[in-house]
Design a protein around this ligand. Structure first.
Ligand code: AMP
Ligand code: GLY
Length: 427
């Protein structure tokens, strides 16, 4: 079977790699892909835009690609699944109506309230004066969010009223385009965050192993938020008992309520959770796709072939599938270009990629491209190195041993990925 993966980040390199672990998958085409997918055996890149649904459909049909996997949220929110399915293709990723669960925070919040899912209290405003009046009344700390997709940059956790006021003004100033036509003002929650990704066929919803990521650029989880500087799985923070509650209180009500609204949601449902100091799970957000870098630690531990899981979702057979996992732990450390998450240079040549294999660690490239036989940096998050081991300590050490082999000008990574689980036995 041949497959097509849409996207160009570390998540998509991981999806391609994971699909190719299956003896049934002979070839994967990545649209548009990166330096990693350009050089992976049995994979090739196709230089189309992820929003070129017609081009993608034509290529997939002509070349008999039987499975299309959509990595990022943008094309899902634009309706890639509906379009490609209409052309007779099998697509992993929810329909446009379902993708609203990520694409509109106000819509997602209304769904959570209707479903009775525990989450922070929030109100949506399309009027700046009303939003500011509400802020005055609530006070800080408070969280201000642009309603729509803002590439992870639309959220301000404001510790002062000034910061909150500024965030509201910024959103209504048009900085986020249409994504900022509404602002969601949300109660501030404390606790530890965890990512529970689940697969669903619209009826059955099965959680994958739980992960945690490090969003902040700086060590000790300080500084501005990024797309994610590292991750690990299976995190012991989400105990089996807590996972039961997430299943009952979050995942099942979400799918049931989507179904009541006539939305046949199939693919990944990613619940970003806050585990409160009292130990209760509350939803921070839902995403309609794999996390990045969560995919880089969850997929390498998947024992069941990925395409089997995906086809079971697409074909409504998830009920009969037992998903199996490898023992041990995985940790991913992201290497970024100097300056990220602000502006950063591109084009630096990356050395040492081949040497990482000797360490047993896996390199998943993100912002890279192939240029005249070399891999060069082409984005803020340049690559991730995933280490595996019997314990978190071993997995984390393996990731850092891998990173030591890599060199490029101005490379930056955090040295404390997984500090919360150091010394804790993996599941
Ligand atoms: P989101 O894009 O909604 O996931 O928000 C990005 C990040 O902002 C989250 O991962 C949290 O770290 C933080 N955040 C969002 N909402 C809240 C909240 N209500 N309370 C505390 N932190 C939050
Ligand atoms: N790592 C967070 C995300 O993918 O949204």
């Amino acid at each position: 079977m041949k497959a097509l993966v849409v996207g160009s980040g570390g998540r998509e390199h991981t999806l391609v790699w994971s699909l190719l672990q299956s003896p049934k998958i002979t070839e994967v085409v990545c649209v548009p892909g990166n330096g990693g997918t350009a050089t992976l055996p049995h994979c090739r890149n196709l230089p189309l835009n992820v929003s070129d649904f017609e081009g993608i459909a034509r290529f997939a049909l002509v070349n008999n690609l039987e499975l299309v996997v959509v990595g990022p949220e943008q094309p899902l929110a634009e309706g890639i699944t509906d379009y490609l399915q209409g052309q007779g293709l099998k697509v992993f990723g929810p329909c446009q109506a379902g993708a609203q669960i990520e694409a509109s925070k106000a819509w997602a919040k209304a769904l959570m309230v209707e479903a009775g899912i525990p989450t922070a209290k929030a109100i949506a405003f399309d009027d700046e004066a009303a939003a500011l009046a509400y802020l005055e009344q609530q006070g800080a700390p408070i969280v201000v969010k642009a309603d729509g997709l803002a590439a992870g940059k639309g959220v301000t956790v404001a510790h002062t009223l000034d910061a909150a006021t500024q965030a509201v003004a910024e959103i209504f100033s048009g900085k986020f385009g249409a994504a900022g036509s509404q602002v969601v003002i949300e109660e501030f929650m404390t606790g530890q965050e965890a990512s529970v990704l689940a697969v669903t066929d619209g009826q059955t919803i099965t959680p994958l192993i739980p992960a945690q990521d490090h969003k902040a650029i700086g060590e000790g989880d300080t500084g501005p938020n990024t797309g994610g500087m590292g991750a690990y799985a299976p995190t012991p923070v989400v105990t089996p008992a807590l996972m039961e509650r997430v299943q009952r209180e979050v995942l099942e009500p979400a799918i049931a309520t989507l179904r009541q609204r006539g939305i046949d949601y199939r693919g990944i449902l990613y619940a970003g959770l806050m585990i409160t100091p009292a130990g209760d799970p509350k939803v921070v957000e839902f995403n309609c796709r794999f996390g990045d870098p969560e995919a880089q630690v969850v997929l390498p531990l998947l024992e069941t072939p990925l395409e089997e899981v995906m086809l079971a979702c697409i074909e409504g057979r998830l009920d009969g599938l037992e998903i199996e996992w490898k023992p041990g732990a995985a940790a991913c450390v992201v290497v970024a270009a100097e300056g990220y998450p602000d502006s950063y240079p591109k084009g630096m040549e990356i050395a040492g990629l081949d040497e990482v294999a000797e360490t047993g660690a896996l390199v998943f490239q993100a912002g890279t491209r192939l240029k005249g036989g070399s891999i060069v940096a082409n984005g803020g998050r340049v690559l991730g190195v995933t280490g595996l081991g019997d314990t978190f300590e071993a997995a984390i050490a393996n990731a850092y041993t891998g990173i030591d082999k890599i060199r490029f000008e101005g490379m930056y990574h955090r040295r404390d990925i997984g500090y919360r689980v150091q010394g804790i036995a993996a599941g």
